[in-house]
Design a protein around this ligand. Structure first.
Ligand SMILES: C[S@@+](CC[C@H](N)C(=O)[O-])C[C@H]1O[C@@H](n2cnc3c(N)ncnc32)[C@H](O)[C@@H]1O
Length: 155
């Protein structure tokens, strides 16, 4: 079933994509949602080869050779593993974001259910997120009670 927060995000991204001509990096490929249809230049990176991301690798370690106009970081916080840490990921995103680029963070709150064995169950709240993202300008945010948060950020 399409959750309220995912429905909101899908609509938000669809609207954002209209007239958008930049390149997009989606960190952590979704097996449920395919956003490639919305953007001309869109790629996914994931550590799991079996889900066939455009780039197989750890986001924190991968040597990108371009900046991105839009970076999606949805549902990564609670699943983060490998050599990275959340702070390392945040710094990497900062370094990869083009001037005037947008980074969108989607993070589960304390009432988001634990979904699978990969999910560490690590949760956050808006206060903590705001602190973790203090190096960004938070342009807007959308909350779904304590279930899910989306933060739209620029440098
Ligand atoms: C919840 S899923 C994908 C969420 C997806 N972005 C969405 O919009 O629903 C999280 C994905 O992040 C991937 N992942 C976890 N740590 C990663 C890392 N360090 N680098 C790249 N991908 C990673 C996992 O393999 C998993 O496929």
């Amino acid at each position: 079933m399409l959750s309220e927060h995912r429905e909101w995000f899908n609509n938000f991204l669809e609207n954002l994509s209209k007239g958008f001509d930049g390149n997009v990096l989606d960190i952590g490929k979704s097996t449920e949602w395919d956003y490639s249809r919305l953007f001309k230049d869109y790629k996914t990176i994931d550590v799991l080869p079996k889900i066939q991301p455009d780039i197989v690798g750890d986001f924190c370690e991968y040597p990108f050779d371009e900046y991105f106009d839009l970076i999606l970081c949805i549902g990564i916080f609670e699943q983060f593993r490998g050599s990275g840490t959340f702070e390392k990921m945040i710094n990497k995103i900062k370094g990869l974001l083009a001037k005037d680029g947008i980074a969108i963070f989607g993070c589960p709150g304390k009432d988001f259910p634990c979904r699978n064995q990969v999910d560490s169950g690590k949760r956050t709240n808006l206060n903590e997120l705001t602190k973790l993202l203090s190096g960004f300008k938070i342009v807007s945010f959308k909350t779904f009670d304590e279930i899910y948060y989306f933060l739209i950020c620029k440098l």
